[in-house]
Design a binder for this molecule. Structure first.
Ligand code: HEC
Length: 167
């Protein structure tokens, strides 16, 4: 009985020491190299859980030309450096990041098929430890919906919005 207890305590202590050593000495910190085992799965299940019911939130503003043009301006100013500019190769910043920011433009390559509520959540809150900033304190609510609608409709944008992105 006593030896089982000692074995159990020793097991717990060794696991904690192992985890601390891993986190402080072994964990990769460079942006080069691939993900750790299970990193993607762990990070994405936590993200999915955090977004929860907000995924189904409908946009309070319509996806009309005026909002998509406004979204295109916001995208160019805030997002293009990481997520890609229409017709241009990924920037040096995008190429040097880990995890790599998905190239959401030019269209038909990486365009998101996420629900608009999910995109809005990510724009508002950001995604910790990935480089994806949260814009909740710098863009207005309307601006965050406008850029989220732009991404939802990136494959079917009116000419005026395309002009802003191609300029
Ligand atoms: C400094 C770089 C950077 C900027 C600027 C940036 N993002 Fe991101 N974004 C990222 C990274 C990196 C990820 C990937 C996160 C991950 O792997 O979970 C990401 C993920 C996303 C996703 C999820 C995409 C998917 O397919 O899962 C969306 C949507 C998004 N960003 C939208 C935006 C919008 C809109 C803006 C501008 C308002 C923006 N981002 C600005 C780096 C950036």
């Amino acid at each position: 009985m006593k030896s089982t207890l000692i074995g159990f305590v020793l097991g717990v202590v060794l696991s904690v020491v192992g985890a601390v050593l891993f986190l402080t000495r072994v964990m990769p910190v460079k942006t080069e190299g691939g993900p750790l085992p299970f990193e993607w799965m762990i990070a994405h299940s936590a993200l999915h859980h955090a977004i929860g019911a907000d995924e189904g939130k409908p946009s309070p503003i319509p996806a009309d030309a005026q909002n998509l043009v406004a979204g295109a301006h916001i995208y160019r100013e805030q997002c293009a450096v990481c997520h890609g500019d229409w017709g241009r190769a990924p920037s040096a910043t995008a190429k040097g990041m880990f995890p790599p920011p998905p190239q959401l433009l030019p269209p038909k390559t990486g365009v998101t098929d996420d629900a608009v509520g999910e995109t809005y959540w990510k724009v508002r809150n950001g995604i910790r430890l990935t480089g994806m900033p949260g814009y909740g304190s710098s863009l207005s609510d309307t601006e965050m919906w406008q850029v989220s609608l732009l991404l939802l409709h990136a494959n079917e944008l009116p000419a005026q919005a395309q002009d802003v992105l191609k300029r």
